[in-house]
Design a protein around this ligand. Structure first.
Ligand SMILES: O=C(O)c1ccccc1N[C@@H]1O[C@H](COP(=O)(O)O)[C@@H](O)[C@H]1O
Length: 216
């Protein structure tokens, strides 16, 4: 089976339409971050999300780590999915589910070393899906995604093999490496930002070739 494709860093209604037109199953809308190229403001996230038809997923990427702040952030953007890009510092996933029962929760795990595998498998029990990325939340200026870098796919492969929830693979995916990444990791979905952009704009040619490569 082919993986679902999530196109991230959507920055306008036009980019949303283009990504959906080429076959995106989900769109990523990046809110305020400590670093990264894809950030847009909450009002624009809400505007784009409201225009996206079902069953397309609208993922609001939040760097909030406090559950009350995450819930408040959701109410400002109203996407159907919350992608949490950093580790929870206070509160529980259950509290988010109780407050927002129909909203899907996707937790990002930044693949750093073998310990990331245990972290992923433990957190998977509490969320709807995982997304494996290449950031480093331990840096002084946190990297929470949008790095354009790949990570150790052997660790991601271990997570997919053992995890009972859907797993998206992200981090530096592009036309030249996406097929190999899929063959190795066998993810439920793949997620791309910089690999389908030119000068930070969504590039229709790269998108077309990317989808063709994924579905080959
Ligand atoms: O793009 C950003 O600005 C960003 C910032 C902070 C967290 C996540 C961000 N984007 C996400 O990062 C992944 C990987 O991006 P890339 O393909 O390596 O460029 C992507 O899924 C975006 O969702």
């Amino acid at each position: 089976m082919f993986p679902k494709v999530k196109i991230c860093c959507i920055s306008s209604e036009e980019e949303a339409s283009m990504a959906i037109g080429y076959g995106a199953a989900a769109l990523g809308l990046v809110a305020k971050m400590p670093s990264g190229p894809g950030v847009i403001d909450d009002a624009l996230i809400a505007t784009i999300a409201a225009l996206v038809p079902p069953p397309i997923g609208t993922f609001m990427l939040t760097s909030e780590t406090n559950v009350d702040e995450i819930i408040a952030h959701h109410y400002r953007t109203n996407t159907n999915t919350i992608q949490i890009v950093d580790a929870l510092q206070s509160g529980t996933y259950k509290a988010i589910k109780t407050a927002l029962p129909v909203i899907k929760i996707v937790q990002v795990i930044h693949i750093i070393n073998e310990a990331s595998v245990d972290e992923a498998l433990q957190i998977a029990e509490h969320v709807d899906a995982l997304l494996l990325d290449s950031g480093n939340p331990n840096l002084v200026l946190k990297e929470l995604g949008g790095t354009g870098r790949t990570h150790n796919w052997q660790l991601s492969k271990q997570i997919v093999a053992q995890c009972k929830k859907p797993v998206f693979l992200a981090g530096g995916l592009k036309i030249d490496n996406v097929k190999r990444a899929i063959d190795i990791v066998q993810p439920y979905g793949i997620d791309v930002c910089s690999g389908v952009r030119t000068n930070q704009q969504l590039d229709p040619h790269k998108l077309e070739v990317f989808f063709r490569t994924v579905y080959a």
